[in-house]
Ligand binder design. Structure first.
Ligand code: TYM
Length: 351
């Protein structure tokens, strides 16, 4: 993969949809990575409420979810003062740039998006236009900050490839104009790098090791929610599907054992170890012993986050103030990009 050109600062952007049931997959695949990147990058983390309404939302629940995701970010260790935390709809430049990208992206590209096919299901004619155009808004989210790095779980890979294609096509289509506006290398937008890292980039359902853990699974036993209490976590892990074999001693032994592989991956991610480390400790032993250790680890790691989230959402005024302050700082960056984009495209506007 090519690295972004040198005139772009190392800036990370990522988003989480406020659609309820924030779970262990979101935490391990995304939020823990966000926390980590704060050490090395300038970070912008967004509660993507405009993406949420691509499927119907109850307005009161949406408001509550926006605050809950924000609380999860803060509780997990994101520093909203040093970095930026905000909700997408407060920065209208996302929607503005998305329109330009709607005119850059090709229908054929969007037709290949598997997430649209999954979410629209059989009744495609009845899906919203927003659900179809979702990936162009996502490209705008990232590129309106000219972000270079995007920490996400495995399921977002295809969308990020599309974001890179859009950036590249914009740079090609408007190359002369871009150079004419002072970007000698013709690269106005960086090609953002997906960062899909760690042992839990795809956390699976606790009921079926071949299905992704997801907010929308009808069974609450399929996932561990960040708001679950200790008893609920224990119950869900004890009931998690496994196979009758003891745990293998080596990673190779996890092949074709999706449920065992998933639980070992969760343990590894939560304890900051590799799967091989975990198997050295628990391999050869019974599942029940390992599950007890996993319950203890999950509760130790997640209970403080749940209680901090509870404390934060009890004070919506405080959470909203964080989002408003973050949006003001985000807008300042986004407005600059949008002005230059208008120049490059040829729109008339106030300088
Ligand atoms: P969303 O809200 O579905 O999920 C938020 C983040 O959690 C990751 N994730 C998982 N990781 C591991 N295992 C799982 N089972 C699992 N489920 C979810 C997702 O990969 C994601 O990183 N389209 C995005 C939101 C978005 C975005 C963006 C992301 C909008 N604009 C710009 C990055 C950059 C989404 O629906 O994530």
């Amino acid at each position: 993969m090519s690295s972004p050109s040198p005139h772009f600062p190392q800036r990370a952007f990522s988003g989480v949809q406020p659609t309820g049931n924030l779970h262990l997959g979101n935490y391990l695949g995304a939020i823990t990575r966000f926390v980590e990147l704060q050490k090395t990058h300038e970070c912008i983390y967004c509660v993507v409420d405009m993406h949420a309404i691509t499927v119907p939302q109850d307005p009161d629940e949406l408001t509550a979810s926006i605050r809950e995701v924000t609380a999860a970010f803060i509780a997990a260790g994101i520093d909203a003062e040093k970095h930026i935390v905000f909700n997408q709809s407060q920065v209208s430049e996302h929607a503005e740039l998305a329109w330009v990208f709607n005119c850059v992206a090709r229908l054929g590209w969007l037709n290949r998006m598997t997430q649209f096919k999954e979410k629209a299901g059989k009744d495609r004619e009845n899906a919203s236009v927003g659900l179809y155009a979702y990936p162009t808004l996502m490209a705008a989210d990232i590129l309106v900050y000219r972000a270079t790095h995007v920490p996400v779980g495995e399921d977002q890979k295809q969308h990020l490839e599309l974001s890179r294609d859009i950036a590249q096509k914009f740079n090609n289509d408007f190359g002369d104009s871009i150079r004419g506006h002072g970007f000698a290398d013709g690269q106005f937008f960086p090609l953002p790098e997906p960062m899909i890292t760690g042992p839990a980039t795809r956390v699976m359902s606790l009921r079926d090791g071949t299905k992704k853990m997801s907010k929308s699974d009808p069974s609450d036993y399929s996932r561990i929610n960040l708001t679950d209490d200790a008893d609920t976590i224990a119950q869900k892990i004890r009931k998690a599907k496994t196979d009758p074999e003891p745990l293998p001693r080596e990673e190779k032994g996890l092949e074709a054992r999706p449920e065992a592989d998933n639980l070992v991956g969760i343990y590894a991610a939560l304890s900051d170890k590799t799967k091989a480390d975990v198997l050295r400790e628990y391999g050869g032993g019974q599942f029940s012993t390992f599950k007890n250790a996993l319950v203890e680890l999950c509760v130790t790691k997640l209970a403080p986050i749940a209680s901090e989230m509870k404390r934060l959402v009890a004070d919506p005024g405080h959470v909203d103030a964080i989002l408003i302050d973050g949006a003001d700082r985000a807008r300042a960056i986004a407005a600059e990009t949008m002005k230059k984009t208008k120049d490059i495209v040829g729109f008339v506007h106030k300088h």
